[in-house]
Design a protein around this ligand. Sequence first.
Ligand SMILES: Cc1ncc(COP(=O)(O)O)c(C=O)c1O
Length: 367
Amino acid sequence: MIPVACARLGEEEIDAVVEVLRSGNLRQGMKCSEFEEKFKGAVGAKYATTAANGSVSLQAIYANWIGPGDEVIVPAFTFFATAAMVCHAGGKPVFCDIDPRTFTMDVNDIEDRITRRTRAIAGVHLYGNSCDIDGILEIAVKHGLKVVWDAAQAHLTKYRGKDVGSFGDAVSYSFYATKNMTTGEGGMIASDSPQIIENCILMKQQGQSKKYLHTFLGTNFRMTDVEAAIGIVQLGRLAGFTEKRRENAAFLMKGLEGGDGLVMPYTEPFVEHSYHQFTVLLELEKLKITRDEFAAKLGEAGVGTVVAYPMPLHKQPVFEKILGDQHFPNAEWVAKRCISLPVHPYLSQEDLEKITHEVKNVIESCR
Ligand SMILES: Cc1ncc(COP(=O)(O)O)c(C=O)c1O
């Protein structure tokens, strides 16, 4: 079976972890500082600080600006944490629809949702594709809003030649096991603002401005040096991983595009996608097959797939309870039809050929 995601740790990661274990310093220390320095250099940010995962790094960023009842505009189609962490920071997510071609926030659906309680917009670079940074920044400047960029899936994605990590108020990353680079669990906050990073550091260290002097309602979500040691090695491999993902995506695109029944992922010409996922849309109206059957047939043929995400956030019971019955046609349309194929850097030429062959086979047999 060709897995849809695959992380492999080599001798270098193992040696780096052993070095930390031998040092006896397991908590946040020099390795975290080194990881922060190297990561901010890689994404072109002025400052960066590590976190326990990408969810709490979002929470720490939101906590800079959000108080009880404050609102953040979030795309209705993203991973749960982008919206849930608004609530954990004391605020309320307000959903907007997505562009069904890029799968990211529809900038034409933001302004009508701004109220006097809106504090920020959460721009998500979903699957490794950049959202419309210029469009979102224009609205944010016009209305005096902050922007949180969720780049959990977008390591080394570029927008108009600049890394998405070098934009705006604050950028949140995840290093979860299936991400484009991993520390097992882990996160990073990148920003050009020393104040935002300072607040996030307070947030992850129990709000202590001095030992046992708590000036901020923080908690503990620090990374450990064991994770940071893995992160440093993985960061060294990230450019190679990303190049391979882009090559794999180009191969899949060439092999699959033009086929009736399947819509290829769309990237604006000025975006360099990092292909955390290679997500296609099934034109179900043209196929005599459901998405589950399509995935099952590919599975039988040895090709793994994943549906990220089968339910848009406004339909999730927890948000329906808070926000009531809402309708975002593009998010719903995409959630019904999306499916991701393997694109990870460990695919061989044989794997790539098998994926395109089997996908075409299933589509042709079901039209
Ligand atoms: C878009 C997005 N935001 C936030 C997160 C949360 O990151 P973590 O799993 O590291 O908490 C993820 C992880 O899947 C994600 O994909």
